[in-house]
Write a protein that binds this ligand. Structure first.
Ligand code: ZN
Length: 120
C-alpha cells in the first residue's frame, strides 16, 4: 500500500492557491529534510515526464497517475517526479499540475505526494 500526503502538509513555499513559490521546500516525510525545486528543474521535468502523452513516462508514473487521477480536479496538465531524499533515501512521487499563468511562464502546483510503501 502506498501512503499519500496532502501537499500542503508537506510543502513549504506555496501561495494561497497552492502554487509553488521560490524558494520552496518539500519536507521529507521520514527525516524532514528539505528538498527544494527550481523553476528550471520543474520545467525540465514537465517536458520529459508529461503524463498526457504516455510516451516516455515510466510505468510507475503512469500508475501514480491512474491510481490517483480522480483525487484532483484541475484543468492543468499533470506530470510526476520521483525523488529520493538525499539524507535518508525515502522515495516519494510528487504529482505536479503545470499551468501557464502568463505567456511563456508556467506555474507549478503540487497536487499529490505519494510514498510507494511504508517500508519493507
Ligand atoms: Zn529523508
Amino acid at each position: 500500500m502506498s501512503m499519500t500526503f496532502d501537499p500542503e502538509s508537506r510543502f513549504g513555499g506555496l501561495d494561497d492557491k497552492g502554487f509553488l513559490v521560490y524558494p520552496n521546500a518539500y519536507d521529507c516525510y521520514q527525516c524532514h529534510y528539505g528538498v527544494s525545486f527550481s523553476q528550471q528543474s520543474l520545467q525540465r521535468s514537465r517536458d520529459t515526464h508529461s503524463l498526457l502523452g504516455s510516451n516516455g513516462s515510466s510505468g510507475y508514473e503512469e500508475n501514480l497517475f491512474s491510481l490517483h487521477s480522480t483525487e484532483w480536479e484541475s484543468p492543468g496538465e499533470h506530470f510526476a517526479i520521483n525523488i529520493a531524499c538525499p539524507r535518508c533515501g525515502a522515495a516519494v512521487g510528487i504529482v505536479f499540475e503545470a499551468t501557464e499563468s502568463l505567456p511563456g511562464f508556467i506555474r507549478f502546483r503540487p497536487v499529490l505526494v505519494v510514498a510507494p510503501s511504508s517500508g519493507t
